[in-house]
Design a protein. Sequence first.
Length: 212
Amino acid sequence: MSPMTTPMRGTLFIVAAPSGAGKSSIVNACLARDPNIRLSISFTSRAPRPGERHAEHYHFVSADEFQRMVGNGDFFEHALVHGDWKGTAKQSVEPQLAQGKDVLLEIDWQGALQVRRQVPEAVSVFILPPSRAALEERMRKRAQDSEATIQRRIAAAREEMSHYADFDYVIVNEHFEAAVDEMCAIFVASRLRRPMQQARHGALIAALLADS
């Protein structure tokens, strides 16, 4: 099989943000626009929020089941987030990457750190809100959490945002459409990196450089 048709390993994209920064909305818009990316569905020990569906938004499992999976080494990454466990199962990521498909992990900064230790070539993006006031307003507009939960998330947001420097790219979600455009631009640019283009167009490059 020629270098131009040989499947190459896909790119692992990591997207993180503080709660309320608009991460899920941006990710969903980008997935609708870019069919070459697969979203990895995370596991969580928390209960579903209104409108959330099992195996679509998360794989919802009990805390005991989650810990059993941890003990079995089933997770690519896992972390305790706002009192609940979240994690990415290995079987949701590795097979797709091996088939040459790009996979996106929508996770928190703790999980992102674990993944980058194992996959240093992963491309990571952190989303920031335009202001702390805007962040709190977005949290309250969701109207799905108790006041105590909102206050806990507000307190945790500053700590979460302090880890932006650990990521390759930073997007400020002030204007939604602009943020979506920027995220999609990162996906495209990542696929044009020299090593990937060499693998994808090896035959063409060899022909272009051959002695005439």
